[in-house]
Design a protein around this ligand. Structure first.
Ligand SMILES: CSCC[C@H](NC=O)C(=O)N[C@@H](Cc1ccccc1)C(=O)O
Length: 725
């Protein structure tokens, strides 16, 4: 399994359409030198050892490999690796060094610390990373920047930012770092910020008071009165300068990361994306500005009210800036496109004729004639090189799912996963023909564990969905599934969120398809109308009529699957998270009793009017086609709450209190409504989880509750009847 040389997923062709364009097959080659660690472990597993069931424990026992950074010569990669301890209910991230030529991995920092976002210095002599450490009795109150030589030694703390460090990049001279920290924009100097930090800490009252339109995000309140500024630290002196001090500039308040700015190759300028509007909202369109590092003078490079501009990166020659442009003024679902700005202020969208969404980060190829980025395509995610002259996108590495990449001195490394293996690192062989794409594995952190586990087959299917249009569905089968066997198999829809996301041949740490299939279910993931990766028309098709086409797509899939001889009509379930949770609540109000034996609704959207309490309240109004005060009936007609009188199916409702994307009142209102009507329902409410369940023990409980609920309603009883809770 871990060193598979072929794709696990088979595919059929979209009905009424030409076969998907021919693309190179991905092959995975064994790394030039297999590590001793991998050798030992596969020996321990033994060729005939019985394979174990892939369950929550096995899922959490796997190492989680993060995005790589390459040494300037491309010979080594540094990566964060997180391991969890179910017993202790926590994880630890440490940094590992991997040779891109083959060889044993080497720990750079020791486990027990949360060391993240490693970046190799341009000279190759240091690795910088962000950590919160207790070093020689000196404990960080917030994450700080650290440096460590790649050949070992102690890590050195380089910042003591009162409010911590979020993200950073190296200056080309290797002597400075640019980084993000949230500060009070009214104050000057680090001492004043430190005072402010103390005042925040000593505060005895606790109210959050604001006049901002954007004040909470995902699972946290934004700092009151503080905003993200770009800073520079000089590594020799430790001196820190706030580049935005005394200006109105700030980076995005929605988790500003290292993609929101870039340093010019001569180190003199920094380009960044910012929201030029006041007050800020999550829905504003960003502009691009550039700051001269020495003088601190900033100027707006590009601002177009109808466009959102993010993720700028300089070309190697410094003559061009590639960035992501999204024409939201035209339509809020417009795709993110690749654009380039030159030194004369001319800019152009390059990927206009390419019906795929460009994802950050962007990276100029070494010849400055192409830009590398990842993009989804029909339930997969590939790494592309977009040629800026021919405007042609060429896949450099096909997923599965390519999550991240790094390029240095001709060495291209990808972090990629599939339905059958978690994220792993490989070197992409760029020599030769793409038809014969070869990946060289450079680590084997999970190979031993995976070799002891049973995984089922994965299949891509196309069928005629709503509007008579082709719809893609992925089927994950239980290990050893034999369609010819007499015993019937239960069927489970796993409905994705978004709605503008997609499920496919990828690994999922929270809703793991294989873990669900391993429990005996044939898991169906329908990429319903509205899903991303099938072009803008498909994504936009549900605007103003949420629920309608998606339901038809799911229902048609159920019809199709129930025709299979192996399908057990008494054990049909639908589960989903977030927008997928919305879908199962919608199904409860629209599908006749008995069709599905039970639902699981995780963090589901239930009432689009009350959803105005969430952090993205302006976004769903656009998706629904109106705001509730303008056309309450239209909003109600797209809300499951409007169909409560038709609810009929037992439902497990799960929600986290720290969920600001879909506030837990949504789940509680749904649960209370089911209870009030005497419909079987169970609530799993986490006081310490957000939109996702992130803690090992909570996740294990989640899987247990999930499967118990389906088992309890698996058709032996009164399918279709209302059941008393
Ligand atoms: C700028 S907000 C993006 C919302 C995002 N959708 C992506 O397609 C999302 O978080 N979706 C939630 C569900 C949701 C839908 C509408 C409003 C709030 C939440 C999800 O499914 O994860």
């Amino acid at each position: 399994m871990p060193t598979a040389t072929k794709k696990t997923a088979s595919r059929n062709t979209a009905p009424g359409k030409a076969a998907p364009r021919k693309r190179p097959a991905t092959k995975t080659a064994t790394a030039p030198a297999v590590t001793a660690r991998a050798k030992q472990s596969s020996k321990a597993a033994g060729p005939k050892a019985a394979l174990k069931t892939f369950d929550a424990d096995a899922l959490w026992a796997l190492a989680r490999v993060g995005a790589p950074s390459l040494s300037p010569d491309g010979a080594q990669a540094v990566v964060p690796v997180t391991r969890f301890d179910m017993e202790k209910n926590r994880g630890a991230t440490s940094l590992w060094l991997l040779s891109t030529l083959g060889g044993d991995p080497r720990p750079l920092t020791s486990a027990g610390e949360k060391d993240g976002q490693p970046r190799w210095s341009p000279q190759g002599d240091l690795v910088a990373f962000i950590a919160r450490r207790d070093q020689e009795g000196d404990k960080d109150e917030a994450p700080q920047l650290y440096l460590i030589p790649p050949d070992g030694g102690e890590a050195r703390r380089v910042t003591r930012m009162p409010f911590g460090v979020e993200a950073f990049k190296w200056f080309p001279d290797g002597k400075r770092l640019a980084f993000v920290s949230w500060v009070d924009p009214a104050l000057r100097g680090q001492a004043a910020q430190a005072e402010r930090r103390k005042a925040e800490k000593d505060r005895k009252d606790s109210a959050y008071v604001t006049e901002e339109g954007f004040y909470r995000f995902w699972d946290h309140a934004l700092p009151m009165g503080r905003v993200p500024h770009l800073h520079v630290v000089d590594l020799d002196s430790g001196k820190v300068r706030d580049l935005f001090e005394g200006t109105d500039y700030e980076l995005s308040r929605a988790e500003p990361d290292a993609d929101s700015f870039d340093i010019s190759p001569d180190g003199r300028r920094i380009v960044f994306s910012f929201d030029p509007n006041t007050p800020k909202t999550l829905e504003h369109r960003n502009a691009l500005a550039e700051i001269e590092v020495r003088s601190g003078r900033a100027q707006v490079l590009l601002r177009e009210p109808a466009w959102d501009f993010v993720a700028p990166v300089y070309s190697h020659a410094g003559q061009h800036i590639a960035f992501i442009a999204c024409h939201q003024g035209l339509k809020h679902t417009m795709p993110q496109q690749l654009a380039v700005l030159d030194t004369h202020g001319h800019w152009a969208v390059l990927s206009e004729d390419w019906d795929q969404e460009v994802a950050a980060p962007l990276r100029w190829d070494e010849d400055d004639l192409g830009v590398l980025f990842c993009a989804e395509e029909r339930g997969r995610r590939h790494l592309y090189r977009f040629d800026v002259k021919t405007l042609h996108a060429f896949p450099l590495c096909e997923g599965g799912h390519v999550g991240a990449f790094a390029l240095e001195a001709g060495t291209l490394v990808v972090l990629h996963d599939s339905a059958s293996f978690p994220p792993r690192l490989s070197v992409v062989d760029r020599e030769g023909d793409a038809q014969d794409q070869v990946l060289h594995r450079i680590e084997s952190f999970n190979d031993a564990a995976l070799s002891t586990l049973a995984f089922g087959a994965v299949e891509e299917r196309w069928y005629e969905g709503a509007l008579g249009e082709p719809v893609q569905m992925w089927l994950y089968y239980p290990p050893g599934f034999d369609p010819k066997k007499k015993a019937k198999a239960p069927l489970m829809h796993l409905i994705h969120g978004g709605p503008h996301t997609a499920m496919g041949d990828s690994w999922h740490w929270r809703w793991n398809h294989q873990a669900m299939a391993s429990a005996g279910y044939v898991v169906a993931c329908v990429n319903y109308h509205g899903s991303s990766s099938f072009g803008n028309r498909f994504a936009d098709s549900i605007t103003g009529r949420w629920g309608e086409l998606e339901l038809e797509d799911v229902e048609r899939a159920t019809d199709l699957l129930l025709q299979q001889p192996w399908a057990d009509p008494k054990r049909v379930f639908a589960t989903g998270g977030s927008y997928g949770g919305y879908m199962v609540a919608w199904m409860n109000g629209h599908v006749p009793a008995g069709r599905y034996q039970a639902y699981v609704c995780h963090a589901g959207c239930y009432d689009w009017t009350a959803m105005f309490a969430n952090d993205a309240y302006l976004w769903h109004a656009k998706e629904l086609g109106t705001a509730y005060w303008k056309d309450p009936a239209k909003v109600a007609s797209q809300s499951p709450i409007g169909y409560a009188q038709h609810f009929n199916t037992p439902t497990l409702v799960i929600h986290g209190q720290l969920d600001y994307r879909v506030p837990d009142a949504q789940g509680l209102a749904y649960y209370n409504t089911l209870k009030a009507q005497g419909i079987a329902a169970r609530l799993v409410w986490f006081p310490d989880e957000n939109h996702w369940v992130m803690k090992p023990r909570n996740s294990k409980l989640w899987y247990g509750e999930f499967f118990d609920w389906l088992k309890r309603h698996d058709g032996a009883g009164a399918g279709g009847k209302r059941r008393r809770g």
